[in-house]
Structures are given as C-alpha cells and as structure tokens.
Design a protein around this ligand. Structure first.
Ligand SMILES: Nc1ncnc2c1ncn2[C@@H]1O[C@H](COP(=O)(O)OP(=O)(O)OP(=O)(O)O)[C@@H](O)[C@H]1O
Ligand SMILES: [Mg+2]
Length: 231
C-alpha cells in the first residue's frame, strides 16, 4: 500500500514531527500503519517506546542502506500505509527510499536556507524519476508556521515555489506545543488531553487537515486540494 516518505537534507526541518503526526492520525482512524525509522537517531523508535502507541501502528527501527528497499517492500505488503522517516542529509538510503515512494513530503520552515535545501531535495527526486522511469509525486509542507501571521520571508518563498510550479500542500503545520509534547508523553495527540498542553483542539484539527490532504493527494494523483485551513 502507499509509501509516504518525509525527507529533506535540512536537519531539523520537521520531518519526524510531520511523519509521526501523519502516522498517528491514520492509525487513530483504524488504518494499519508501519513507520520505518530510517534515521540513525531513531526518534520515532524512542517515541514508540513511550506509552500509548495506537494499536494499528508499528515501528521498524532496524533498517540499513542494504535493507531499506526490502523493508519498504515487505511493509507495503502488510500495512495500509507505510511511512518512512529519513535523516536530514542526502544519502544512498534517502535515494533508495525516494525510489520506492508513492509520495514524498518535503518539510520546509519559512527561511531561505530551508527553501534552498528543499530545492536540493527536489533535484534528488527528479534524478530518481529518471532512474526509475516513473513519476514520483511530492509536495512541500510549510511547517512550524505562525497560526496568526504569514511572515514576509515565508510569503516570498511560497510565491517563488508557486512561480516554479512546485507543489505545495495547502495545509501548513502550525508551530504547536502539542507537536513537541507528543515526543515527551508518547501516543497520539488525543492522548495529550489532561496534560495541560495549550491549544490542543487547534493542534488536532490542523493535524487532521494535514493528514486528509496527503491522503487526498495520494488518491487524486497529487492535484491541489481546496484550502480549508484551521488555525
Ligand atoms: N509544527 C511544529 N510545531 C512545534 N514544534 C515543531 C514542529 N515541527 C517541528 N518542531 C520541533 O522542531 C524540532 C525539529 O523537528 P523534527 O525533529 O521533526 O525535525 P527533523 O527534520 O526530523 O530533524 P532531523 O533532521 O534532526 O531528523 C524539534 O524540536 C520539534 O519538536
Ligand atoms: Mg528527524
């Protein structure tokens, strides 16, 4: 079943956070999900060692450059969704994962430095498209954005990407405490109730919107979806 990978050569872009939100939201709806944690830092494995991992979600942490292709293939035969979290560098492992992907999410924070690394990631995807002889759908995800204002730098980057026909997810992931708390308390966002996390309902609706958009793009061949952003 579909393989969705989260990748950018920029460290700290928001890959693991977005991948874990996507995985937990799908699993909460009953989908079987396998997350392959292909980052040597094993942040998703650490999260899965905390309490509250949804029943239909499992994490594969034992993966290397030699095994990634087989692991992705085996997982896609078992689960409704396979999600791969990659490390923040360009590597052979990243290239292999891109070659296997049905969708690549490229998280970008609103700075020119992030945008430059996103452009590198897109080149890598284009290279893999040539090698594999198929198109590999991808989209940029603006993350850690401010729910109240859209800073000028970010607007500029968005406009530039739009001019270059780069697909951008209509849903931005806001900077939310809940998205950090997930990695302290474990489980999914709904398990953070009663933990005193600020703006949890807003964080949940943003994560639902984000998950829904990727699922929709997987279904519709990566066409832009109508913007229904919830702050
Ligand atoms: N939408 C968000 N809201 C709040 N905090 C966020 C959000 N996205 C990421 N962060 C925080 O930013 C930091 C980097 O995020 P994350 O670990 O997801 O990035 P990454 O791209 O996986 O990094 P690496 O390249 O090191 O694997 C973390 O401290 C995380 O909690
Ligand atoms: Mg990470």
């Amino acid at each position: 079943m579909p393989v969705v990978i989260f990748s950018s050569p920029k460290g700290g872009a928001g890959k693991t956070t977005a991948a874990t939100l996507f995985a937990t939201q799908l699993a909460e709806r009953g989908a079987s999900v396998i997350v392959i944690d292909a980052d040597p830092n094993k942040n998703v494995v650490d999260w899965a060692n905390l309490a509250g991992v949804p029943k239909t979600l499992s994490v594969v942490g034992d993966v290397s450059e030699e095994t990634i292709v087989d692991e992705i293939e085996a997982a896609s035969e078992k689960a409704s969704f396979v999600i791969v979290d990659l490390e923040g560098t360009a590597s052979l492992m990243v290239s292999y994962a891109i070659a296997m992907a049905d969708f690549v999410v490229i998280p970008v924070q609103g700075s020119q430095l992030d945008a430059k690394q996103a452009a590198r990631q897109m080149k890598l995807i284009k290279g893999q498209e040539k090698i594999t002889g198929r198109s590999i759908p991808f989209a940029v995800l603006f993350t850690r954005t401010n729910p109240a204002i859209l800073p000028k730098t970010q607007r500029h980057i968005e406009e530039r990407f739009t001019e270059l026909n780069v697909p951008i997810l209509a849903t931005r992931l806001f900077d939310r405490e809940a998205y950090r708390a997930l990695f302290s308390f474990g489980g999914s966002l709904s398990a953070l109730k009663n933990k005193g996390v600020s703006n949890l309902p807003a964080a949940i609706s943003n994560a639902i919107e984000f998950t829904g958009e990727i699922v929709e793009r997987l279904r519709n061949g990566n066409k832009a979806v109508a913007k229904r952003e919830v702050a």
